[in-house]
Design a protein around this ligand. Structure first.
Ligand code: ADP
Ligand code: MG
Length: 362
């Protein structure tokens, strides 16, 4: 999959006046006490929305959100974050009336309120498509899901790749296509089921894969080493069976910051080794914190890796919800080369999988 193989919304420039566009965005942001905690994913949609407004299209956005049931109470914050009035559309049955008296872009309430969304239900997609001329997917972070507003909708409306999706695909494909010499992959965090496929796919075509986080414990354990009471992933042994754990390019931490018999961050020797590899890299892709960064005592490895990437000035792509949160907490997020909005989607792409939400845009 390259961005060249997708139908692009810009190809309709000048032809969108009055056209009714269903825009899949990803506003799945963390919320605490009705306050959006991290608006990164919302900011990333602004360019696409502004472009469609400039084209005089009539835009209705659709998104899911996990932290709360409804977008209703978040609308004033969305208005500020997007610098744009956005109408709230409570139900799919209200869309027709909204379009009939269209004034500003609208946002349909949390699509996951409908059971059919996660089942890729054709009937839900059909009712969602009602009244629209075309569909734009700009929600990269959910494109690995076979959901009605991401996949089934593509069977009903003419479908186009949004600006953000194109940029994400371009940057990630660049990582895959880059020569192995100088390409360094950094994997941390948890969830072996999403990380091991990336290691399996990229290890043969990289100069080095640096591993931290829970996934490092998983690999050490699979190598028969004692990880004491460290957190490990139950799925890991099966997932790791066809990864060459003796590949000299696979760099596992030599020491850890420990607490109560648990490896909770990579140690100083490992940091020094990883820093050296990073300083010689020409392209870096990073997903997953090196340790349990939520506790300041175990933020050191993640901080050192983030700083090493920035100091080296190397071309880089980073992603993952917790990786972004950690880097943002360090005040370094803006300094990275490309920050993917996708966690699972980024990993699925890097693992060489076909993403259902991208397949429909071909
Ligand atoms: P991302 O969202 O960036 O893809 P993950 O969700 O895979 O990252 O992993 C982040 C989580 O992994 C964090 O909650 C962090 O505390 C945890 N973590 C990382 N290293 C360890 C460790 N050594 N022990 C326990 N938890 C860890
Ligand atoms: Mg996470």
């Amino acid at each position: 999959m390259t961005e060249l193989s997708m139908r692009k919304i810009q190809d309709l420039a000048g032809q969108l006046k009055g056209k009714k566009v269903l825009l899949r965005v990803d506003f799945d942001v963390p919320v605490v006490d009705v306050q959006i905690q991290e608006p990164f994913r919302i900011h990333c949609q602004k360019e696409m929305i502004d472009w469609l407004i400039k084209e005089e299209a009539q835009v209705v956005m659709v998104s899911h959100i996990s932290a709360v049931d409804s977008f209703a109470d978040l609308m004033p914050q969305l208005h500020i974050l997007l610098g744009q009035e956005v109408g709230f559309i409570k139900d799919i049955s209200d869309v027709a009336a909204y379009l009939a008296s269209y004034a500003t872009p609208g946002l349909l309430d949390n699509i996951r309120q409908h059971e059919g969304e996660k089942n890729d239900d054709a009937a839900l997609a059909k009712s969602l498509a009602q009244g629209f001329d075309l569909y734009v997917n700009n929600a990269f972070a959910v494109s690995h899901r076979k959901h009605a507003s991401v996949h089934a909708i593509g069977q009903i409306l003419p479908s186009y790749a949004g600006l953000l999706i194109q940029e994400e695909v371009r940057r990630l494909q660049q990582v895959i296509d880059a020569p192995s010499q100088g390409k360094v992959v950094i994997m941390g965090g948890a969830k072996a089921s999403t990380k091991v496929p990336v290691i399996r796919h990229l290890l043969p075509q990289s100069e080095a894969v640096l591993v931290g986080g829970v996934i490092a414990n998983d690999i050490l354990k699979a190598q028969g080493k004692d990880v004491k009471a460290s957190l490990v992933d139950e799925d890991a042994p099966t997932l790791l069976t066809d990864v060459n754990l003796n590949d000299p390019k696979l760099l596992i931490p030599a020491d850890f910051v420990e607490d109560q018999q648990k490896n909770l961050d990579i140690g100083p020797q490992s940091i020094a080794h990883f820093q050296k590899v990073i300083s010689h890299a020409s392209l870096i892709v990073w997903n997953g914190p090196m340790g349990m960064f939520e506790d300041a005592r175990f933020m050191g490895g993640t901080k050192a890796i983030a700083e090493a990437i920035l100091v080296s000035g190397v071309q880089n792509v980073i992603g993952g919800g917790d990786t972004i949160a950690a880097v943002n907490q360090l005040g370094l997020l803006e300094r990275f080369g490309f920050v993917s909005t996708g966690g699972g989607a980024m990993l699925a792409f890097l693992a060489g999988e076909n993403l259902p939400g991208l397949e429909i845009l071909k």
